[in-house]
Write a protein that binds this ligand. Structure first.
Ligand code: ZN
Length: 363
C-alpha cells in the first residue's frame, strides 16, 4: 500500500465512522424521544457504535496488512492499557453519564418551570385584582428559577415559546375562572414546548456530547491504529530493501498544528538533510495519537551519516520562541532539549512501553 493509498484509506475510514456515528446519534435521539431510559438508550446505541467501529478498523487493517483481520480480532487488540472493547465500554459509560446529565438538567428545568407557573398563578389569584401583567420571561428575571434560566432560556426559540405561553396572563381584569384557565393553558403549553422546540434544543446539546465527542475519540483511535499498522509494515519492507539505506520522516498533513513531529521532520541529525536518517535508527511514526507522519524512501541519499547530538537543540534554537516550546511540548521540555537531552528521551518520558518512540527494529 502506498502512502497515497493509505491516506485515501484513512479518509474513507473516517468518513465511514462519521456516517455510522450520525446514524447512531439519530437513533439515540429517537430512542430518547420515545422515552427509553437514557442509560439503556446509550448502551444500545454504543453497542452498535462499537461493532461498527470494529468492522471499520478490521476492513482498514485487512487492506493495510493485506491479510484478513476480523472485527473480533480488532476488539481484542490493545489500546493503551486496555483492550479496544474495554476502551469502548469505558467511552460508553462516560458518554452515558454526560448524556444522562444533560437530560436530568432538562427534566429538572421543566419541573421547576411548572412550579414557577403555579407560583405565578397563585400570586395572581391572591392579588385577585384588575390589571394583571405576564411575568417577563428572560434570563435577567431572577424570580424565574435558575435551572430554567440556565437550561431553557439560553435558547432564543425556547425562551420565545415560554414567553408566549405565559402571555395568556397579559390581560387586564382576568376573572378568577379566566385566571385558572390561563394557568391550565400555560401548563399545557409547557408540555408542548418540552417535546417540541425544547427537545430540538436538547438534541443540539446531545449532538455535541455524543456525536462530536465520539467522532473525535473514534477517529483518533481507529486512524492511529491503522496508521501504526501502516508505518510498521512500510518500515519492515524498507528494512528488507537493500536499495534503500536512508529514509526521510515526512509529515502526513501540512496544516497540522506545530508539535514534536516538526522536530522529527525538521532536524538534521545526520548531516543528510532535514528529517533524513539511516533506516536502522530512524524514529518510527506515529509519534503521538493523530500523528500521520511516515517514512519516505530516500534511495538518492548515500551518506555517510554522522550523528550530531546537538541537532535537536540547534533546530529548536533556530526556530526560537514561542514555536520551539510548542514543538517541544512545554517550556520545561524545551529547556531539557536545549540542554542537550534527546528528543526521543524527552518524548518517551512517562509513556507506556508500546508507545515509546524508537527505531523500527526495536518495535
Ligand atoms: Zn507526526
Amino acid at each position: 500500500m502506498t502512502p497515497e493509498e493509505e491516506r485515501a484509506l484513512l479518509a474513507a475510514t473516517a468518513a465511514r465512522l462519521d456516517e455510522d456515528l450520525r446514524e447512531a446519534y439519530n437513533e439515540l435521539v429517537a430512542l430518547i424521544r420515545e422515552g427509553v431510559p437514557v442509560r439503556q438508550a446509550v448502551a444500545q446505541v454504543m453497542g452498535e457504535v462499537s461493532a461498527d467501529m470494529a468492522s471499520a478498523i478490521a476492513i482498514g487493517l485487512s487492506a493495510v496488512l493485506a491479510q484478513e483481520v476480523t472485527p473480533s480480532d480488532v476488539l481484542r487488540m490493545g489500546v493503551g492499557t486496555l483492550q479496544i472493547s474495554a476502551r469502548l465500554n469505558q467511552e460508553a459509560q462516560e458518554v452515558g453519564a454526560v448524556v444522562g446529565g444533560i437530560l436530568d438538567a432538562q427534566e429538572r428545568a421543566f419541573s421547576d418551570l411548572e412550579a414557577y407557573a403555579l407560583a405565578v398563578y397563585l400570586a395572581y389569584a391572591l392579588r385577585n385584582r384588575n390589571g394583571t401583567e405576564a411575568p417577563r420571561i428572560d434570563t435577567r428575571n431572577t424570580d424565574i428559577p435558575q435551572t430554567v434560566r440556565r437550561t431553557l432560556l439560553g435558547t432564543s426559540r425556547v425562551q420565545a415559546a415560554i414567553a408566549a405561553a405565559f402571555a395568556v396572563l397579559d390581560k387586564v381584569g382576568l376573572s378568577e375562572a379566566a385566571q385558572t384557565a390561563a394557568y391550565q393553558s400555560i401548563i399545557k403549553s409547557i408540555a408542548v414546548i418540552k417535546v417540541g422546540v425544547a427537545f430540538d434544543a436538547l438534541a443540539v446539546k446531545l449532538r455535541t456530547a455524543f456525536l462530536e465527542r465520539l467522532s473525535y475519540v473514534m477517529r483518533r483511535l481507529a486512524l492511529t491504529e491503522l496508521h501504526t499498522a501502516f508505518t510498521k509494515r512500510l518500515a519492515a519492507l524498507i528494512l528488507q530493501d537493500d536499495d534503500v539505506q536512508y529514509v526521510q520522516v515526512a509529515r502526513g498533513s501540512r496544516n497540522a498544528p506545530p508539535c514534536m513531529c516538526d522536530a522529527f521532520t525538521g532536524r538534521d541529525q545526520y548531516g543528510l538533510g532535514a528529517g533524513v536518517y539511516p533506516k536502522n535508527v530512524a524514529p518510527l511514526p506515529p509519534y503521538h495519537p493523530n500523528c500521520y507522519c511516515w517514512w519516505k524512501r530516500r534511495p538518492d541519499v548515500h551518506g555517510p551519516a554522522q550523528l550530531d547530538t546537538n541537532a535537536d537543540a540547534y533546530f529548536l534554537r533556530k526556530l526560537g520562541q514561542p514555536l520551539a516550546a510548542r514543538i517541544a511540548g512545554s517550556r520545561a521540555k524545551l529547556e531539557q532539549l536545549l540542554g542537550g537531552a534527546r528528543l526521543e528521551d524527552v518524548a518517551n518520558a512517562g509513556r507506556l512501553p508500546q508507545y515509546k518512540i524508537g527505531p523500527a527494529s526495536a518495535t
